[in-house]
Design a protein around this ligand. Structure first.
Ligand code: KG4
Ligand code: ZN
Length: 382
């Protein structure tokens, strides 16, 4: 069968992205326009600004993705776009453009759940490396700025099913990284900065206790099994960091750091290190260590309870070095295969959307032209 070229478009949050992927397994192009510089002064994503930036970027980003792939509007086989979850206005920019293109070109359009995209980022890269031997069921941890979700994932032919077996009750893990970085005057987004600074502090200097939430799953399950859920909670640790800052009178040095870093347009690691004393570095390392231990610990218990054969760890926080090392060490110790996307494919991108669309293309699951953005879209049975 000839290769199928799908143009993917992603605009759910603060990245305008377009990519061409062939037959769900080869990235022909992957263009990501990040809006970080726009949102940085506000310390987080401003939805109205995100929509405006998507509007400005979408046409050139899509054009670039086609050019990089050596494709044209007419040569692609189908279009795919993120339907949700995400910011409603931001999603609408991608959806409206994808609909207009699909209509004008008379090509099929596929609507993709962003979380399904993150899961397929892992598969896409494994297939690109020639690895088709993934054992199911897969337990997928999608861990990003908006999500900390565990899915038990199965596949039958071109049909995928996802059962949510746990998720955060409050803040997502990436949100906790971002909020703690903000509290410590480190700027936005916090995850990559905390990741780089953690290696310079003592991860055992401050003890954080994360809440343990475990309960029976009362929903009816297909085979009447009575398995627990594995929920997370990360709003408490942010408050604990805040309390530590107050107790140790760190506010003045944080304010000085915030002001100094604001004068540097692209701070480097040395700049951050210049403005962080050892006490701050120890706090950062301890925070990251507590987050990683909780994510890895709960995911591995869930993997055992649900008899997972393989683990996928994906989403922006999956770029974290300590998280990757801990998963590799601890899952490896239990004989559980664990896969991550490469760092560029961990964070938001459109290659994952085009890859997730491929089985739907084969199954002819095309979107009706009147579908709309679903800001709170859940990922469920396929
Ligand atoms: O998947 P993503 O790009 O967007 C969402 O769907 O949310 O994830 C962005 C999140 C941000 O919260 C960011 O701080 C976090 O991922 N992140 C990281 C790292 N790189 C990005 N968190 C920890 N360590 C990293 N290296
Ligand atoms: Zn994402």
């Amino acid at each position: 069968m000839a290769d199928t070229y799908i143009l993917g478009i992603e605009s759910s949050c603060d990245e305008t992205a377009a990519a061409v992927v062939s037959s769900g397994e080869k990235i022909a192009s992957n263009v990501v326009f990040s809006q970080i510089a726009t949102h940085q002064p506000y310390g987080g994503v401003v939805p109205e600004l995100a929509s405006r930036e998507h509007l400005r970027a979408i046409v050139p980003v899509v054009r670039q993705a086609l050019t990089d792939a050596g494709q044209t509007y007419n040569s692609i086989d189908a279009l795919a776009v993120t339907q949700g979850p995400g910011l409603a206005g931001a999603l609408l920019v991608g959806i409206s453009y994808a609909k207009a293109l699909a209509f004008a070109l008379d090509k099929p359009l596929i609507a993709v759940n962003h979380l399904e995209g993150h899961i397929h980022a892992v598969l896409l890269e494994e297939r690109q490396k020639g690895n088709y031997q993934i054992n199911f069921p897969v337990l997928a941890l999608v861990v990003s700025g908006g999500h900390t979700h565990l899915y038990r994932t199965e596949t039958r032919g071109n049909s995928w099913s996802y059962e949510n077996i746990g998720q955060t009750r409050d803040d997502a893990a990436g949100e906790a990284f971002d909020k703690v970085a903000k509290v410590l005057g480190l700027g936005y987004p916090g995850g990559p900065i905390i990741d780089r600074l953690s290696g310079h502090g003592n991860p055992r200097a401050v003890q954080f206790t994360l809440s343990q939430i475990k309960h029976r799953d009362r929903r009816s399950r297909p085979f009447g099994e009575d398995l627990p859920r594995f929920d997370f909670s990360y709003s408490g640790i942010k408050t604990a960091v805040l309390r530590h800052v107050e107790t140790n009178k760190m506010q003045a040095s944080i304010e000085a750091r915030r002001k100094s870093l604001a004068t540097i347009s692209r701070p480097r690691l040395e700049d951050y290190l210049n403005y962080c004393d050892q006490q701050t570095l120890d706090l950062i390392a301890s925070f990251q260590h507590a987050m990683v231990s909780d994510l890895v610990g709960k995911t591995l218990v869930a993997a055992r309870a649900y008899d997972a054969a393989t683990l996928f760890v994906t989403g922006g926080v999956a770029a974290n070095n300590e998280l990757r090392q801990s998963f590799e060490r601890d899952a490896g110790g239990e004989g559980l295969a664990v896969y991550f996307p490469s760092r560029p494919l961990s964070t938001d991108n459109a290659a994952m959307i085009a890859a997730a669309a491929y089985p739907k293309f084969l199954a002819k699951e095309f979107a009706a032209m009147d579908f709309s953005a679903e800001a709170g879209m859940a990922l469920s049975q396929g």
